[in-house]
Design a protein around this ligand. Structure first.
Ligand SMILES: Nc1ncnc2c1ncn2[C@@H]1O[C@H](COP(=O)(O)OP(=O)(O)OP(=O)(O)O)[C@@H](O)[C@H]1O
Ligand SMILES: [Mg+2]
Length: 262
């Protein structure tokens, strides 16, 4: 592990709420309130919190997809300012994203092979794109021939694997995932988690993973950040925080996780 890769300082983001009266002051929902974080190289950070805690808002800010009201995001010391795809190309080249719902990010009229190659084209990655597509499809357990098919010909879990393959195609340094494996069944999930963990150890990939599944966070992440109502309730090494939570909110969150009989 080495120095900071992605750093957020004092992030705030609020959304205006619908007006309840014409003359009254407009109130706001403070989705993220003063969040700082540091992702070091080769590290995996899990972001945990109940629904509405601000996890997806935080990820959008970290990815330069949304502008904070206050605070800043830096990647390798350079500020990430939301803007046109061209101005953020330097950042996208190294930081890729997998969202929860792959259908929203896959063009229904584009064959899978072309979709997976898309970041290679748009980022101007040199080399044999076809070979790289076959390689990443195989890595997520899909046949290279499947590249000729369209998104609707796949199951939800397969589409999620396609989204992961596409994110890994340009060999990013950081993969940011918003519930990236929630749609997958248990055996495929285990395989994808092993695949991601392998990228972390062998290629120095860094991860930021939002997951409601604490098993996923435990398996994949060495650091964890507990978000509560837009603020950091607790953070630290994943094993320590999840086994011996210091904050009452974290304890409640852990107690709320259903435990399957073994
Ligand atoms: N575009 C938006 N407009 C208005 N309010 C928003 C918007 N996006 C998020 N919010 C509000 O901000 C808060 C945080 O939302 P966010 O989506 O970040 O939560 P989350 O932790 O990702 O929840 P979940 O686990 O359900 O995905 C919520 O109260 C939500 O209603
Ligand atoms: Mg969310």
């Amino acid at each position: 592990m080495s120095g900071p890769l992605l750093e957020a300082t004092g992030l705030h983001r609020s959304y205006p709420l619908p007006r309840t009266s014409v003359t009254g002051p407009r109130s706001h929902r403070h989705a993220v309130r003063g969040v700082d974080l540091v992702l070091t190289e080769g590290s995996a950070l899990g972001v945990v919190g109940e629904s509405g805690a601000g996890k997806s808002t935080l990820l959008r800010l970290l990815l330069g997809l949304d502008r904070p009201d206050r605070g800043s995001v830096r990647y390798r010391g350079r500020e990430v300012r939301p803007g046109s795809p061209a101005t953020l190309r330097w950042f996208r080249r190294e930081v890729q994203v997998v969202l929860q719902d792959p259908m929203s990010s896959l063009d229904p009229r584009m064959r899978i092979g072309r979709a997976v190659a898309q970041p290679l084209r748009s980022l101007g990655v040199p080399g044999d794109h076809g070979a790289r597509v076959a390689e990443v499809l195989a890595a997520v357990g899909l046949e290279p021939e499947m590249g000729g098919r369209y998104p609707h010909e796949f199951s939800g879990g397969q589409r999620q694997r396609i989204a992961i393959a596409r994110a890994l195609a340009p060999r990013p340094k950081v993969l940011v995932g918003d519930e990236p494996v929630s749609a997958l069944d248990v055996s495929v999930r285990a395989r994808i988690l092993d695949l991601l963990a392998g990228f972390v150890t062998t290629e120095g990939l860094s991860l930021i993973i939002v997951s409601h599944d604490l098993g996923v966070v435990r398996h994949l992440c060495d650091q964890v950040l507990i978000l509560h109502d837009g603020t950091v309730a607790e953070r630290g090494p994943a094993a320590g925080v999840l086994d011996r939570p210091a904050h009452p909110y974290t304890r409640r969150l852990l107690d709320a996780v259903p435990r399957l009989p073994v």
